[in-house]
Design a protein around this ligand. Structure first.
Ligand code: SIN
Length: 505
């Protein structure tokens, strides 16, 4: 019997399923957690609303995975500097000290990923704010070369069941302990009881009009955890990537292209970055993103000039994307686009949240590694390291449903307008783009907070009478948008959280 059939049979019989470890999400962090828990002997159920692997953000990751090479101290210091000295030094130590072994064990020995090489050595890439080339990569589509083999490996693991196109709607909690989640697939819902639950649901890109994330990035794990009472931290620090293709059918133009020598030009053809920062195009990401936005506002356009490098030879995947859109390789129109949430569900060095038996890993978690701004190509590494640590620590707890009241599906409101969720989503994105974007001010943030509170109230009214994935995603997005806007009102204006001079009211 397949995993899906097992779940459906239990669902039909109205019995909760049970698993030792429930992992929600199938990017590198979720897969790493599942792998570690299964290696430690646990039964693991991985549920993902992705029709994996294409719709997980890891699949979209281009640049690669930073490693320490022979200089851990230098990676430590680059992560700290990129964060504007706001990152947690202990969390950086965990990242740096575990990087080599995690990459060698999982990516190289277990999955056999063939990172690009030059002769018999790795071809380490260089990206902004890295003091040396240290990025392991496969062309500029590293994520998909990792995630495909990872999912296949877990698919054939005897203790892991992977269930795709399956959403977690809410956590099952009792007296501060998490016991699993209510799951949904094809409109059917059921409860899965778990000894421990690991959230690995990714980021919040769908809250903005343009993003380098897949559209499924609606902040589900963060919203579910917050509703259950878990603490979140650093939600104001939303990172925007400076160079997303500025046309229809957006794609990320990796920072690695600037690492190889590409330069940014405004509509007058002027290379402007040296006037903004001594590191020019390789300045910290938030500095480049704001400079690109400003030059677009003032001159009308910014393009990436790739003539200093062999673009199609070095980045064949990106060259192909340009060709598909008839974009000239030597002048790619670019604009900032939402890319990564540095904050999230507060976790410790093992991915433990503030709720008993609930873990969070990957972009939905706030480990402290990124502080107010993330160094490029550290997110896959963070997902890998924290995924493994959380998976190991999540083993050894019994699934117990005795004290739980099982949720029931609500469908008493068949009159929900079909466009309801879509329309509200567009409204939410407009508020986030206009008021909680790359540059913020207190007036806009207050306006956003009121608008989002109203919107959340409208959505909540429907969620009380109806169970649908679309509606839950909208609920999640509205909760997370409010968390970002509220945190931005008080957060230290540093790194990704740029606050303009207070307006004269
Ligand atoms: C990129 O390839 O520019 C993105 C890398 C990252 O965000 O870590």
């Amino acid at each position: 019997m397949t995993g899906t059939e097992k779940i459906e049979e239990a669902s039909e019989a109205r019995k909760p399923n049970e698993t030792d470890v429930l992992v929600v999400g199938s990017g590198i962090a979720g897969c790493s957690a599942a792998l570690a828990a299964a290696r430690a002997g646990a039964s693991v159920l991985v549920v993902t609303k992705a029709t994996r692997p294409e719709s997980a953000a890891t699949h979209w990751a281009q640049g690669g995975i930073a490693v320490t090479r022979d200089a851990p101290e230098s990676l430590r210091s680059d992560v700290m500097t990129a964060s504007a000295n706001t990152a947690n030094p202990t969390a950086i130590d965990v990242l740096v000290e575990n990087a080599g072994e995690a990459v060698a064990d999982v990516l190289i020995d277990t999955l056999g990923i063939s990172f690009d090489r030059e002769g018999d050595k790795f071809d380490y890439g260089k990206e902004a704010a890295h003091s040396e080339p240290r990025i392991l990569h496969v062309d500029a589509s590293t994520g998909q070369h990792i995630l495909g083999p990872f999912c296949s490996y877990l698919d054939s693991h005897p203790r892991v069941t992977m269930l795709e196109d399956t959403a977690a709607l809410s956590l099952l909690t009792h007296e501060g302990r998490v016991h699993g989640a209510t799951l949904e697939r094809d409109g059917k819902t059921w409860a899965t009881i778990a000894g421990t639950t690991i959230l690995a649901t990714g980021g919040i890109g769908a809250l903005y009009g343009t993003t380098t994330n897949p559209g499924s990035a609606t902040g589900d794990g963060i919203a579910m955890a917050a509703l259950a009472g878990a603490e979140t931290e650093d939600m104001a620090y939303v990172q925007f990537h400076p160079t997303a293709y500025a046309g229809d059918d957006l794609f990320l133009v990796s920072e690695a292209v600037r690492g190889e020598g590409a330069v940014l030009r405004n509509a007058d053809g002027e290379r402007f970055m040296p006037g903004y920062h001594p590191e020019a195009e390789l300045a910290p990401r938030d500095v480049v993103a704001r400079a690109v936005q400003r030059e677009r506002d003032v001159t009308g356009e910014v393009t990436l000039d790739t003539t200093p490098l062999d673009f199609s030879g070095t980045f064949p995947d990106l060259a192909e994307k340009c060709d598909e859109r008839s974009v000239p390789h030597d002048s790619i129109p670019v604009a900032p686009s939402e890319h990564f949430l540095c904050g999230g569900i507060a976790v410790d060095d093992r991915g433990r949240t503030t709720l008993d038996r609930l873990f969070a890993v990957g972009e939905c978690a706030r480990t402290g590694v990124h502080g107010a701004n993330r160094l490029a190509s550290t997110s896959l590494l963070e997902g890998l390291v924290w995924g493994l640590r959380a998976g190991e620590s999540a083993v050894g707890f019994d699934a117990d449903s005795s004290a739980l009241e099982m949720p029931t599906a609500l469908n008493s409101d068949p009159a929900l307008p079909p466009e309801f969720a879509r329309d509200k989503f567009v409204r939410l994105q407009r508020v986030m783009d206009e008021c909680v974007g790359l540059s913020r001010n207190q007036t806009d943030l207050r306006r956003a907070t009121s608008a989002l509170r109203r919107l959340k109230g409208e959505v909540d009214a429907y969620v009380r009478t109806r169970t649908s994935r679309e509606l839950y995603e909208l609920r999640n997005a509205s909760i997370v948008a409010l968390l970002v806007a509220r945190d931005a009102l008080d957060a230290e204006p540093v790194g990704c959280h740029h606050v303009e001079e207070v307006d004269a009211d």
